[in-house]
Write a protein that binds this ligand. Structure first.
Ligand SMILES: [Zn+2]
Ligand SMILES: [Zn+2]
Length: 289
């Protein structure tokens, strides 16, 4: 599997000279499966640049997996070029809600007065599907979805392709102020989904000194993000969903602190990185033993 980060920011786009290295676009990750097919994780503002970079063939079949419908995860959808390609087939997966269908809920954004067009006017072949509660297949990948602790119906995804697995949990407050180290796995949101993943992308919105003022907001402080990655014994972790207030130099400092904490947790042999816009990653199959 190959990944490209098109948006690593949380909450709201944060463009400007202070955020050029980590990027200002909100959540969007391109995933290339082993057969070359395209999966897109979330449709934050980063998806606009992904759409512009796609070749014509890529644009013809796209699966988009939405974790939830907060604006920072859907805002780019209306500017995603395949939606305007009459030959493209786009499937949008997302969390179900008793309140309204996925199509209706997304239509609240892609409709007047917030948008100049309606969902029915998009020229591509567009379908909306509730992400199933049991595993399903997209191309060579097995997809699992699970509800995680955030505000409103929110999913996380695990994508397994051959011997490699990617777990994507961009918005997550796993312990809501409790100790992640002490919770039983069955009480730890996202545990089963993330356990042993080749790569975990996880919410790291706050510095530890910021988190106490934001308990219950649905996001993780740095130490909680790392404690979750350590508890789930992932092989590699990428810290994601950066706070819009955090500048490049502040994120550099946060990364230094995270590396120290990661070592304290006994995980220094496992790669830990900060997600950066346009960063490309390859998830390799484990070496034979
Ligand atoms: Zn978010
Ligand atoms: Zn959110």
């Amino acid at each position: 599997m190959k990944l490209k980060i098109w948006g690593a920011r949380g909450s709201i786009p944060a463009p400007g000279p202070e955020t050029t290295r980590y990027g200002g676009n909100t959540s969007c990750v391109e995933v290339r499966l082993s057969d070359g097919s395209l999966l897109v994780l979330d449709a934050g503002t980063g998806i606009r640049n992904l759409g512009l970079a796609l070749g014509r063939e890529d644009a013809e079949r796209v699966n988009v997996l939405l974790t939830h419908l907060h604006l920072d995860h859907i805002q780019g959808l209306m500017f995603f070029t395949p939606l305007f390609n009459p030959n493209a087939e786009v499937v949008i997966w997302g969390p179900s809600s008793p309140e309204a269908s996925l199509r209706e809920r997304i239509g609240r954004y892609i409709s007047a007065p917030l948008a100049p067009l309606e969902v029915r006017e998009l020229p591509c072949h567009l379908s909306f599907r509730d992400s199933p509660t049991s595993d399903w297949q997209i191309g060579p990948a097995r997809i699992s979805a699970a509800s995680v602790t955030h505000r409103g119906p929110t999913l996380a995804y695990r994508i397994t392709d051959g011997d490699t697995s990617l777990c994507y949990i961009p918005d997550h407050e796993p312990a809501v102020g409790a100790s992640i180290e002490e919770l039983d796995p069955e009480w730890l949101s996202g545990y089963d989904l993330a356990c042993g993943a080749s790569l975990l992308l996880h919410d790291c919105q706050y510095r530890d000194d910021e988190y106490p003022g934001h308990v219950g907001w649905g996001h993780s402080g740095m130490s909680d993000a790392l404690a979750f990655a350590a508890r789930t014994e992932v092989e590699r972790a990428l810290l994601f969903h950066h706070d819009p207030l955090h500048t490049d130099s502040e994120l550099d400092q946060l990364y230094e602190q995270a590396l120290e904490r990661w070592t304290d947790l006994g995980c220094s042999t496992r790669p830990l990185e900060m997600a950066k816009e346009r960063q490309e990653l390859t998830i390799a199959a484990p070496a034979p033993v």
